[in-house]
Design a protein around this ligand. Structure first.
Ligand SMILES: [Zn+2]
Length: 219
């Protein structure tokens, strides 16, 4: 976290800020090299070496172009690095997208399999049956709601046609991973992600409404 304070210098260099310090490091250290690929010399000062190390850390979660467009923010950068270290980096797209906070939270709980679906609630004796109250044919599990059961699958297929995004994957985890690696602009990825997050949210809300009608616990 502490080294991320130096990220503001990395950002200033990336954006070629018009100040004396940036001009100085360009003339003394970076010269004609690409800043994003630059490595500090062994005899460079301790402070400069730390800045270059911070830049290398940021490279794990940003392309140079993304970093230039980013309004440098330590908390958000720390969160991205933490997700990366926990092996959850593809899902950072959920937090980066344009979606509203409540859509993000439900989607995040979904990819981490933390939504209290009935198959989980029955283990804690919160409900007596794990049967899905929408279709009444299958157990209510994460994979059933997102997106195996017929209605959610149909909506996803319609959304797929509208967006021109072939969402073949049957669950949110695969969709997010696939989207992360998709060769489309970052802006388009964010639009796709926010749309699918809205779908997850509304499926969860409609499931909650049905449970509420049956006077069963919801979140
Ligand atoms: Zn069902």
């Amino acid at each position: 976290m502490e080294s991320l304070c130096l990220g503001k210098h990395v950002w200033a260099i990336s954006n070629k800020k018009d100040n004396l310090w940036v001009k100085w490091v360009n003339s003394v250290y970076i010269k004609q090299c690409s800043w994003w690929n630059y490595e500090a010399h062994a005899n460079a000062s301790w402070y400069w070496t730390r800045i270059v190390q911070t830049k290398n850390k940021l490279k794990q979660v940003f392309t140079e172009f993304e970093f230039q467009a980013f309004q440098y923010n330590i908390a958000e950068t720390y969160s991205k690095l933490r997700l990366k270290s926990e092996g959850l980096w593809p899902y950072a797209l959920i937090w980066d997208s344009f979606c509203t906070p409540k859509h993000r939270v439900i989607s995040w709980l979904d990819v981490r399999l933390r939504l209290p679906t009935k198959d989980r609630l029955i283990r804690f004796a919160v409900v007596k049956s794990s049967v899905c109250m929408i279709c009444e044919d299958y157990d209510e599990t994460h994979s059933h709601l997102f997106f195996s059961y017929c209605n959610s699958r149909k909506v996803k297929e319609e959304m797929s046609k509208l967006l021109g995004w072939n969402m073949r994957s049957q669950d949110l985890v695969c969709l997010v991973k696939g989207l992360k690696n998709r060769r489309v602009t970052q802006g388009r990825k964010k639009v796709y992600m926010s749309t699918i997050a809205a779908l997850v949210y509304f499926i969860w809300q409609s499931r909650n409404s049905v449970l509420w009608e049956h006077k069963l616990p919801t979140v």
